[in-house]
Ligand binder design. Structure first.
Ligand code: SF4
Length: 784
């Protein structure tokens, strides 16, 4: 039996001595007793892993009295090898905040009332029944990035929506990666088939529009990007970073090439043009595995490097040098990130990137790009069961779903546009769309119109502040889990391994895991999870069993048991067996020549090099090129810029992860010569104006920027959050107020919002900064 005091216990000296002897002779890990102090709980050590970004760094937690006292990098882990960043090592301070939600909340006007789970579920369930009775599609869900870092959260959330029978799912993917899913659906037959660079063997890596040193890798688990980049260079490999800013990554290794924001598609067209010109095609590879090659030559003919140089500003000579190095390497990879995806042609750009890797013979080739294997063949499973490959279309804009989700940038229109299937009820889970989506002001107005807004989160954030009900979720450290879905299901790992974690600390008061929340909501709403009576019956039974065996914990979904079942049925042992490997368990990694012959799920089993809709879209690029030629002059291109201290919108409620506004990152970054040109100096206030809005923000010089480019970080502007006591006082403006939303402003091939490369005017501020407003300006664009 363990005895775990929560406070030091005053004891007589003789008893302390006796207990000291007992404790030391038993080598109890739980208590420290000495002659001068009372009994205090000793730290327990627990292994876990970070669930903030794809790197999934292994961590060692010291837990004292049920609270995480410290997180350290796990030096012995086979995959992450002692790496962890400031965010991961300080995340417990976010989760231990007094701002954490501990009970369901109900809003009455601007007042919040703690209510019981019974009341919350009953009232939400009744409203869902009413709305669903009118029209199932009147209910929708927005799934944020944080949901993806839990195995069961997205599964149960989607299961609830399937039970309701709505097609209206939205996700944060249409802010950062839907272009990749749209490309992969067409080329490889499954959206999550995403080839990644073979970092251990590549001789040439060309990185476009991503900054792994700060953002970590994208669609690949790489724990220590600096080490990996230097490793390539040490082996004699060549690295190029193509970016409008000389990034931290470009300063780490390789060469940097400036590119004008939002012109990537022309860079890739010329790259392919030049590859053809130097006979850099692996004809056998193409003939054996690919279809549509014959359409590519004509497609790129109008785009020689000398022509595109005018808009990309990459000299033809430099582009030729890159192509020559790429073609000469025995194993080369082109890769990209959000810098291209958030532009206006992200899908075409990433498709051309993949075409180049494919026709040059680098796809499925050592040192080129590989396709991993997770704990099972997820692509085969998805295709067979129709998972993530649905072809439903949106009411507004007639967009085809990508990864079963519609564009987030049409959500406001779906709510505000009267008619059948108008969205009237919304569940938001693991995200804060008000801050992270385009045109937050319009979304704010739309969310305020809903008949039902339910937010599941750990905080009363900006979106939650508008909700009718807020449900308190567990933090990542309060739930058992398997690693992030990409390495788990898809094997996107540079060093392959499997891992599992128990919850490090228990939930407090009324906090519940999302699997339980959505199972309970399904029951309260009179629907079955996954629209399956059997599934709901099994989950009901498991919850009842849990309540019987562990009455104090109540009827929770037994997460470890379900994770164990997932491992068992995929032939990967059990959850308990994986826990026996705190430093990771070896797992088969991605191998060359393991993809093309067996795992391409297009109709003919070949990589589709020239999907009709992509070819048609390239034919329409002429107009965009002419427009690009015409733009410039006094206008700037606005790009985003990340700080290693914060992650999107959700890590700024701990002092350690903000640095405060002055020491933080929320500035308008501008080249000093550009600043002088528009009459600004370091520290001045600037007004930044797009076609949608104006924000007011302090200027900071950054000579790493390409001339004509300005940068602002995203995820700021928390002034409207009722329950973020640290973040709401930081000030800062929300860059996405400058981005447009609505069907006309969405990239039509993938539904991606246009969040980078936005044309803006920059001028000295017309007034003072309003620190209470998320736009920096009073009263326009300010919100509650
Ligand atoms: S790099 Fe990512 S996974 Fe690793 S500690 Fe930092 S936030 Fe966590």
């Amino acid at each position: 039996m363990s005895f775990r005091p929560t406070q030091p216990i005053p004891l007589p000296a003789w008893l302390k001595n006796v207990l000291y002897l007992m404790a030391t002779s038993l080598e109890s890990p739980l208590y420290r007793v000495n002659a001068t102090q009372d009994i205090v709980p000793m730290a327990e050590t627990r292994h876990t892993f970070c669930r903030i970004c794809e790197a999934s760094c292994s961590l060692v937690a010291s837990v004292e009295d049920g609270v995480v006292a410290e997180l350290r990098p796990n030096q012995d882990h086979i995959g992450t090898q002692g790496f962890a960043c400031i965010k991961g090592l300080n995340q417990h301070k976010l989760y231990d905040s007094p701002d954490r939600l501990r009970h369901p909340l109900k809003r009455a006007g601007s007042d919040w009332h703690a209510i019981s789970w019974t009341q919350a579920l009953k009232e939400i369930g009744e409203k869902v029944r009413e709305l669903r009775g009118e029209e199932p599609d009147s209910l929708a869900m927005y799934v944020g990035t944080a949901a993806g870092f839990s195995t069961l959260h997205p599964i149960f959330a989607q299961g609830f929506m399937q039970g309701i029978g709505t097609k209206n799912l939205f996700s944060s993917a249409s802010q950062d990666c839907a272009h990749r899913f749209a490309m992969a659906s067409e080329m490889y037959g499954f959206p999550l088939t995403q080839p990644f660079p073979d970092l251990a063997n590549t001789e040439c890596l060309i990185v476009v529009g991503t900054n792994p040193v700060v953002s970590k890798w994208t669609f690949l688990q790489v724990a220590n990007p600096v080490k990996r980049l230097k490793g390539i260079q040490r082996r004699g490999g060549k690295i190029f970073f193509v970016d409008p800013r000389r990034t931290e990554s470009a300063k780490t290794a390789g060469e940097h090439v400036f590119i004008r924001p939002n012109t990537d598609v022309f860079f890739f067209l010329s790259f392919l043009h030049e590859l053809f010109a130097i006979n850099g095609v692996d004809a056998d590879h193409v003939a054996k595995h690919m279809a549509g090659f014959e359409k590519l030559d004509d497609m790129v003919a109008p785009w020689p490097p000398e022509r595109t140089e005018e808009v990309t500003r990459i000299p033809a000579r430099v582009l030729r040098e890159m192509v020559g190095t790429y073609a000469a390497a025995n194993g080369a990879a082109l890769m990209s990130g959000t810098g291209i995806g958030m532009g206006t042609h992200g899908t075409l750009a990433v498709w051309l990137q993949e075409v180049i890797n494919a026709v040059s013979g680098n796809l499925d080739h050592k040192g080129g790009t590989l396709v991993g294997r997770g704990i099972f063949d997820f692509a085969a499973f998805g295709v067979k069961h129709g998972l993530l490959v649905g072809k439903t279309r949106s009411r507004i804009g007639d967009f085809q779903a990508v990864n079963d989700c519609f564009p987030g940038a049409i959500l406001a229109d779906e709510i505000l546009t009267f008619g059948q299937k108008q969205i009237k009820g919304l569940f938001v889970t693991g995200g804060n769309p008000l801050l992270t989506m385009a045109n937050g002001q319009r979304l704010h107005d739309a969310l305020s119109e809903l008949e039902l807004l339910v937010v599941t989160d750990i905080y009363l954030n900006e979106t939650a502040s508008l909700a009718h009900y807020v449900l308190p979720a567990t933090s990542p450290l309060q739930r058992p889990d398997l690693p992030f879905i990409f390495p788990l299901f898809l094997g996107m790992q540079s060093i392959p391994y499997l891992a599992a974690t128990k919850s490090v600390v228990p939930p407090e008061d009324g906090q519940r895991d999302e699997a339980t929340i959505y199972a309970d909501l399904a029951r309260a709403s009179g629907v079955n999870l996954f629209d399956s009576k059997v599934a709901q019956w099994i989950v009901n039974g498991l919850q009842k069993l849990n309540a019987l065996l562990r009455p104090r914990k109540g009827a929770l979904v037994p997460q470890e048991l379900i994770l164990s079942l997932l491992l068992r049925i995929t032939g990967n042992g059990s959850f308990k067996q994986l826990l026996a490997y705190p430093n990771g368990k070896d797992h088969a990694g991605a191998k060359p020549e393991d993809f093309l012959s067996t795992r391409v799920f297009t109709e003919d089993g070949r990589v589709q090099l020239a999907p009709e809709k992509f070819i048609c879209a390239v034919e329409k690029l002429e107009n965009d090129f002419v427009r690009e030629q015409a733009t410039g002059g006094d206008q700037f291109r606005l790009i985003t810029k990340r700080s290693h201290k914060s992650n999107n919108s959700w890590t700024q409620n701990a002092v350690e992860l903000t640095g405060g506004i002055d020491g933080g990152s929320n500035h308008l970054y501008i080249h000093p010569e550009d600043a002088a040109r528009v009459g600004l100096a370091e520290g001045d206030l600037a007004d930044v104006t797009s076609e949608v809005s104006t924000v007011r923000i302090a200027v900071r010089y950054l000579s790493d920027l390409m001339r004509g480019t300005v940068a602002m970080p995203h995820g700021w502007g928390h002034q409207g959050a009722t329950g973020l006591s640290v973040a709401s006082k930081l000030g800062g403006v929300n860059v996405n107020l400058l981005a447009g939303d609505g069907p006309d402003r969405v990239e039509e091939l993938s539904g991606m919002a246009h969040l980078t490369g936005i044309l803006v005017d920059v001028a000295p501020a017309a007034g003072p900064l309003d620190e209470e407003s998320w736009s920096g300006i009073t009263p326009r664009s300010a919100h509650g």
